[in-house]
Write a protein that binds this ligand. Sequence first.
Ligand code: FAD
Length: 347
Amino acid sequence: MHDTSTPHVTDTAETRNEVLDFVAIGIGPFNLSLACLSEPLEDVNGVFLERKAEFDWHPGMLLEDASMQTPFMADMVSLADPTSHFSFLNYLKLHDKLYNFYIREDFFLLRREYNQYCQWAARELTSLRFDHDVQDIQHVGDIYVVRGIRPSTQEAFVYRARKLVLGTGTQPYLPGAADAVHSEVPVAGSRVCHNAHYLARKDELTSQPAITILGSGQSAAEIYLDLLREIDQHAYQLNWITRSPRFFPLEYGKLTLEMTSPDYIDYFHALPREQRNTLLATQKGLYKGINLELIDEIYNTLYAKQLQRGAHHPDDQHRADLADSRERRWRLQPGALSARTAASLAS
Ligand SMILES: Cc1cc2nc3c(=O)[nH]c(=O)nc-3n(C[C@H](O)[C@H](O)[C@H](O)COP(=O)(O)OP(=O)(O)OC[C@H]3O[C@@H](n4cnc5c(N)ncnc54)[C@H](O)[C@@H]3O)c2cc1C
């Protein structure tokens, strides 16, 4: 955050000398949910500021059949207010899709579907301000003064509020070993890309002789499967390596899921900070890992591909060699990632 003092300040709550109840920064699912829940509250006055021009949820990872890891009931409102206008079921009803969804009998939305649902909600809400990049926050007396710039026009804006809500999400992370070959802005030809830019860079990636995926979270697994499915249409070798000792599944047991309940969250927040930090370190399996069905799907795809090769190249030595070289076209290496491995793969 840094100070901005552009002379053109738009007509905002501050220029009208208003102090809002809250200013919320960032419009991802977290704050969008708060916007949906606060919209009907007539005595609450707040705004949501987002630097992007519109809502778009992880566009680089909206693979055609990728689905959510959380069921539809965990939409933006239902578990807090199932009667809300912004429930996913109401979205389906209004778009004449309720029966299609019911007949599909799958609680897990396609990720593209979730994005469309969020985009619909964003269009319905009156408190969202896209194209508002927050650059400076000051606490003056009891009031937060929030300043920034509108990227499209370079106009400055200012809001004042009694409360601040931060929903700014996380930033893509690249391991240090990739620094030498990575460019901050994704450019054609740079040899490393974060999964956040996967779809935009996919054509470039698939034209390379080898692709190495680092890491073993959900996104890495989805990309591995996507590239594995297409491996026969291209010439690349596909490697998947991670420092984790195994490709761990996300924990999804019912007794564990109790930890997402409001009761557990109240209990957790009442604990001393040190105890919360210790507990958090033991809870990674809840949000770090791969959906079990996806792990199975990867295994089954590898199995089918090996079978396919075996059928095409039975005894002939030449063909067996070919099959062997193709065998090495995909490698999975859990527990294998050291900085040196990563650097040598990237060079
Ligand atoms: C591919 C993928 C799939 C996922 N699937 C699931 C899932 O199925 N279920 C689940 O529970 N979680 C999932 N997650 C986890 C994910 O972190 C959350 O779903 C969600 O995006 C987090 O929401 P958020 O609102 O906290 O942050 P974000 O979605 O990251 O949104 C933060 C917003 O803040 C804006 N912002 C940041 N700084 C500023 C600023 N200074 N001024 C203005 N705006 C700013 C950013 O532009 C961004 O739009 C997934 C994550 C990924 C990457």
